[in-house]
Write a protein that binds this ligand. Sequence first.
Ligand SMILES: NCc1[nH]cc(CCC(=O)O)c1CC(=O)O
Length: 318
Amino acid sequence: MADTIRVGTRGSALALAQSEQAARALARAAGLEFELVTVTTHGDTSKANLASMGGMGVFATELREALLGGEVDVIVHSLKDLPTAAYPGLTIAATPKRADARDVLVARDGLTLETLPEGARVGTGSPRRIAELKALRPDLAVEENFRGNIDTRIGKVSSGEVDAVILAAAGVDRLGKADAVTERFALSDWPTAPGQGALALEVRADQASDGTAFSRALQKGLAKIDHATTRAAVRAERDVLAGLEAGCAAPVATTAMVDDGMLFLTATVYALDGSRSITASHAAVLDSTSAADLLTAAAEVAQRTVAELLDAGAKELA
Ligand SMILES: NCc1[nH]cc(CCC(=O)O)c1CC(=O)O
């Protein structure tokens, strides 16, 4: 049916919840219907350690192949799981307004990072979260081999397997699990992953020019749900990641935002054991709030930030 947008998604509860939300907004903006098409990815079925599978990119590749193969018209990613390199033949056509970019603690008995007792077991497999935890609370016992979807991880607190877990606020909120949260970390104390909380809608690059009424409506819908300041903020954050990727194996946290005519970016690189970190913070006055000026400022601010981090020895931190 040419008036139905086929939206490709991973099959986890979180992916389905966020894809449905994005698909609904897109369909309304485009004046079309939508259906969700679940694509099972290797990252969903394997119990192996993520790093050993080549990182979070495993989640994206099979979705992208389904898009290139014409099985679906658009795919929805969590932007923080998407490698920074562009994928041949595809383009990110929309980044809707970002959700809460913070990390949260889900702990037994209402505990917070400050009140967790010495030696408490905290589950997280993310190198960034491990480094941040070790920096702030070196006395805690970090369970580093910790995976599973959000429900599973929260369940390990209820069952007493761990005392606490650290999760993305956006994921917990989208699944309606905000009641389990015992603390939301301030981004200034606990910055998070590049792109966290944001979604990316990807389409085939040649669809924009194929001229059919369906493609024109789809393009119009994508442009309508794109959020210019989100796009600029995640561009700045992901440019830092890309700029460091070449020469830095250490975990990276970034926070960018557009506020009152300025674009701000702060980035921190951590030693894996949390013993050291390097932070750089830069900003630009925006010439206008046009999408083009926002993206130019984002790229320029990221470039200055990367240069400062590398100058300060970020390459030697891992
Ligand atoms: N690492 C997995 C992942 N990828 C995206 C989210 C949800 C938050 C988001 O969209 O950024 C999560 C869960 C988490 O980190 O706790």
